[in-house]
Design a protein around this ligand. Structure first.
Ligand SMILES: Nc1ncnc2c1ncn2[C@@H]1O[C@H](COP(=O)(O)OP(=O)(O)OP(=O)(O)O)[C@@H](O)[C@H]1O
Ligand SMILES: [Mg+2]
Length: 370
């Protein structure tokens, strides 16, 4: 860990010094990747999917080339193709000239160039805009990928994979299927948090059906969390459990609370439940403005629904609760659907219950609104 930096990163990915827990998951992923199997990794938001995949790629660096691509902001099929190609280009190691020469042999149709970014002091290789069709770009990408896989295993991770379902004019999943099934030493990893969308992409009869082993990531274990946290904070297990429960096992919120406590007290003071409450309050104040804007944009019925959901969780259809907010059952049901469509709330695919996926937002609703 660098000096001045926190042992509890909550906005950047934990690195080799700050990653903790997940021993079983790490082992399981390494096993899958060492035999070039594919993986569908899903979890609620902010549990640590991206961090985990980056950790395993780091650990396996000697044996496999890790290509990590985040497609959260794609808005067309070509964006998707460029994201794949740029991910592959940036996974190249070594002398830039040599890379360009090597890559130029495969990417014959595209313009590939290197540029220096003075902000990061890094040179990155990028594809320029080209007239090639989407299918041609994808073909070029996989040709390069297959070529690379002949010298070393590859782990190709596509983060926020559910985004491909927002692209309607081409069937990306059907096209991917064709390439994924080829017998090369490549593990394809699909990550995401929208379980219902991911499910539909990998369900029976869908093009990607049975092309990846699914793994649902749960919270980091409480024992592992305690083991790590207690080397940086004077905290007993009771208080740690209290904090864990408040953050509902959401890794990012646990990390944020710990960071605030560490910043303030380090090992100088015994952490109490009251200090945990204060840290949460600080986080809620920090978020207050943006959450207020979000809330004020809702209709009256949506506001009532959001209040009930953040106060009581799933069990909100009883008469007394409807009365409390003066809302009809049908209005509650349609507001839930609208909030779901706006992506403020999510739906558990097993129970069909709605929930607020962002624990900090849920706590804000619970503690500030109610
Ligand atoms: N095993 C871990 N050890 C330490 N910190 C972790 C671990 N896993 C996650 N974190 C921290 O929690 C935060 C959230 O993790 P990450 O962004 O990987 O979650 P995610 O599931 O990919 O979230 P999102 O749904 O927003 O993409 C990060 O800041 C990360 O540093
Ligand atoms: Mg992520």
């Amino acid at each position: 860990m660098k000096r001045d930096s926190t042992p509890f990163p909550y906005e950047t990915f934990a690195d080799k010094d700050t990653f903790y827990g997940r021993t079983n998951e790490v082992k399981q992923l390494k096993k899958l990747f060492s035999t070039s199997n594919n993986l569908l990794l899903f979890a609620k938001r902010r549990m640590g999917k991206s961090t985990l995949i980056k950790k395993v790629m780091r650990d396996m660096e000697k044996d496999a080339i890790g290509i990590y691509i985040d497609i959260f902001d794609i808005s067309s099929e070509k964006d998707f193709a460029y994201a794949l190609i740029n991910g592959l280009l940036n996974a190249q190691k070594g002398d830039i000239k040599a890379i360009l020469k090597r890559i130029g042999k495969v990417f014959t149709k595209s313009r590939i160039s290197a540029s220096f970014d003075p902000l990061t002091a890094k040179t990155s290789i990028k594809i320029g805009t080209v007239s090639s069709t989407f299918e041609e770009l994808i073909e070029e990408f996989f040709t390069a990928l297959f070529e690379m896989s002949k010298s070393k295993k590859i782990i190709l991770a596509i983060d926020e994979f559910q985004q491909i379902s927002t692209i309607k004019n081409v069937k990306i999943d059907a096209l991917l299927r064709k390439y994924i099934q080829q017998p090369y030493k490549i593990s394809y990893v699909f990550l995401g948090s929208k379980r219902h969308i991911l499910n539909s992409l990998f369900q029976y009869k869908a093009p990607l059906f049975e092309l990846a082993s699914p793994l649902q990531l749960e919270s980091i274990g409480i024992d592992d969390t305690f083991e790590y946290v207690k080397s940086y904070l004077k905290i007993n297990r009771d208080v740690l459990e209290y904090m864990f429960e408040l953050s509902d096992g959401e890794t990012k919120l646990t990390q944020h609370i710990c960071h605030i406590l560490y910043d303030e007290y380090k090992m100088k003071k015994e952490i109490t439940k009251e200090l945990v409450d204060e840290a949460i309050k600080e986080i809620l104040i920090l978020k207050n403005e943006s959450y207020k804007i979000l809330f004020n944009n809702l209709t009256t019925n949506q506001k009532k629904t959001f209040k009930l959901l953040t106060k009581y969780g799933t069990n909100i259809f009883s008469g007394s609760k409807l009365e409390e907010q003066n809302i009809e059952k049908t209005a509650l049901q349609s507001s839930l659907k609208q909030l779901f469509q706006k992506e403020y709330i999510d739906k558990d695919t097993d129970t069909n219950n709605y929930f607020v996926p962002d624990r900090t937002l849920e706590l804000w609703g619970n503690k500030i609104l109610n």
